[in-house]
Ligand binder design. Sequence first.
Ligand SMILES: [Fe+2]
Ligand SMILES: [Zn+2]
Length: 384
Amino acid sequence: MSKQHPSTEIELCDASLDADGLVQVTWADGTDARFDTRWLRDNCPCSTCRVAQTEERRFFSGSLTSALTPKEIAVRAGTAEAGCIRVDWGDHRSEFTGSFLAAYRTLPPPRYEPRYWDATDVDDFPVAECDAVMNDDGALLRWLVDFRAWGVGRLVGVPAESEYVVRIIERFGHLRRLAFDRIHDVRVDPAGYNVAHTAEPLPPHADFPGYRWPPSLQLLHMLENPAGGGPWIAVDGWRLANELRAADPDGFRLLTEVWAPWRMFSADEETYARGPLVWLDDRGAVAGVRFSNQVMQPIELPAEELDAYYDAYTQYARAVVDPRNQAIIPNTSGDLLMTHAHRTFHGRQAFDPEAGPRWLQDGYAEFDDLDARITVLQRKLETP
Ligand SMILES: [Fe+2]
Ligand SMILES: [Zn+2]
């Protein structure tokens, strides 16, 4: 069960209805804000309007079909929680604490600040010992927080145990099963369904763009690679999208608006979806990118619109393969690379298939679960 609202109280000193019919609230520190009356009624925290055990809403928001005018608004001082406002609606009474209202003065701050990077930052990538992350919640939390900011992270000392990647995922989330395999075994395989199963270089890409919601976390566990060939490549796709946005705003907009088709398939499997290369959040910030030169299908735009699209697309694609943007991550047996797969593209350099065995397992999961695990761990470890 969660407490949605901050526990430190921020005291209110005044509340009244203004000329626009909005509730004007002033806090003891002199700041103020206005609240819509229907919004207030909708968010009444009382035990009639909400299920106390779960904090879920029992009150039916759909009953608020027209504007409300409170009968009376008063600051109620001297309660256990310092000043809160009491609103009398005629048929119901609501009380709101200063800290509850303060949390909704503006959009909430972003959950984290991305730390953008290029090829030169590879030595600063978050890295942890697998054993610490598996056995110590504090070490796990530190690694996850750093990973969330960077969109990339490494583990070393991972046991060469088949499907160990699932145990790592279960420390902070849930395995996401996708087409082809539960866990993707990557070895040189003459019957493989994609270029990963050859010794060829693998240009940076995101996996499974042929899903409408591609997997947002990818873990690459190198079980065997004693020769150390074929280092990983990682590219910060968000940084490149932001650079394109600055250099060519119209081209950037095209990449957010045009849906491209993506497909990967075998004799027994099929994945197909259409989606934009770049999508944005409600602040207009880049929230996701999707890129795979290998499996992007023919763009379906009218011929006269393709020039502009290719101008934008090729700028982005060339940035992805520019060595200045490619972090090269040496790998050997026991190394693991995790990517925020809606942000960071992965690839690998070519290797010599005769140099020794090379066995990789890929597991997928969702960033939302990792993000939520950070909240839960912080609640457990950082709350006094
Ligand atoms: Fe891949
Ligand atoms: Zn209520």
